[in-house]
Design a protein around this ligand. Structure first.
Ligand code: 13P
Length: 251
C-alpha cells in the first residue's frame, strides 16, 4: 500500500501571518480526510517556523519549496537543507518546473540538491513534467524519462524508498487545464515502469503525485487512478476549504 498524499505548494503567496492562519485552519480540519491521507504544506521560507509551530502534532507535515545545492558557505540568498531540517522541516520540493524554467535548474544541480536533502533527512518531492510543445511533439515520455534517469537513477534503493515524485505537466500548471485522468494514469504508470527498470519492486512503493490545476471537482477522478497517489496542489491549496476537500477525494 502506497501513501495517499495531499501536498500544497503555496509558491510565492501569503504573508507569514496569512500563511500561519491558513496552516492552522488546515491542521484543525485535516482529520476530516482520515488518518490514511498524509497532508503536506509547503509555504515560503519566511513562514516555516511559524507554520511548523501551528501544525505541530496535528498531522500536517511541512515542506520547503527549494534548498541549496551546497552544504554551507558563500552562497548569498540560499537556504541549506541543514537549516531546514534544523527547524523541523520534513520535505523539500525539488525540480519544480518553475525553478527549472526561471532559475535554470538542471539535472546536474538537482543531483546535488537531492544529495543535500537526503544527507539531512528531508524527503524530496521531485517534480517532473513536459512543456506543451514537448507533448504536442509526442516527446513527453522521453522528456520525463530523462528527468528520472538523469537524477533519480543516481540514488541508492534505500533512498528511493524515501522519495515522492510529482508529475506536473507544465501546460496544466496554473492554467485551469488539467490532464485527463487517463493522461495522468498513462504517464504515472510509465514513470513507475522507468523506476522499476532500475530499482525493481521498490518502484511500487514510491508515491507519484499529479500536479496541475487540481481542484475539488477533478481530484476524485484523478486520485481514483491506480498509479495516481495524490496531488501536488498550487492555487487550490491556498484556501483551507478547497485543500481539505481535495484531501477528502481519495476512495
Ligand atoms: P496549480 O495547482 O496552481 O496548477 O499549480 C500546480 C503546481 O505547480 C504545484 O506544484
Amino acid at each position: 500500500m502506497r501513501k495517499k498524499i495531499a501536498a500544497g505548494n503555496w509558491k510565492m503567496n501569503t504573508t507569514p501571518a496569512q500563511g500561519t492562519e491558513l496552516a492552522a485552519a488546515i491542521a484543525s480540519r485535516r482529520n476530516e480526510a482520515g488518518n490514511d491521507v498524509d497532508f503536506i504544506i509547503c509555504p515560503p521560507f519566511t513562514h516555516l517556523t511559524e507554520v511548523i509551530r501551528a501544525t505541530r502534532g496535528k498531522g500536517v507535515a511541512v515542506g520547503a519549496q527549494n534548498c541549496a545545492a551546497e552544504p554551507k558557505g558563500a552562497y548569498t540568498g540560499e537556504v541549506s537543507a541543514e537549516m531546514l531540517a534544523s527547524i523541523g522541516v520534513d520535505y523539500v520540493i525539488l525540480g519544480h518546473s518553475e525553478r527549472r524554467q526561471y532559475y535554470g535548474e538542471t539535472s546536474e544541480t538537482l543531483n546535488r540538491k537531492l544529495e543535500m536533502a537526503y544527507a539531512n533527512n528531508l524527503t524530496p518531492i521531485y517534480c517532473v513534467g513536459e512543456k506543451l510543445s514537448e507533448r504536442e511533439a509526442g516527446k513527453h515520455f522521453d522528456v520525463v524519462k530523462a528527468q528520472i534517469t538523469e537524477v533519480i537513477y543516481n540514488l541508492s534503493a534505500d533512498k528511493l524508498a524515501r522519495l515522492v515524485i510529482a508529475y506536473e505537466p507544465v501546460w496544466a500548471i496554473g492554467t485551469g487545464k488539467t490532464a485527463t485522468s487517463a493522461q495522468a494514469q498513462e504517464i504515472h504508470a510509465f514513470i513507475r515502469k522507468v523506476l522499476a527498470e532500475k530499482f525493481g519492486d521498490t518502484a511500487d512503493t514510491v508515491p507519484i503525485l499529479y500536479g496541475g490545476s487540481v481542484n475539488p471537482k477533478n481530484a476524485a477522478e484523478l486520485f481514483g487512478m491506480p498509479d495516481v497517489d495524490g496531488g501536488l496542489v498550487g492555487g487550490a491549496s491556498l484556501e483551507a476549504e478547497s485543500f481539505i476537500q481535495i484531501g477528502k477525494s481519495f476512495r
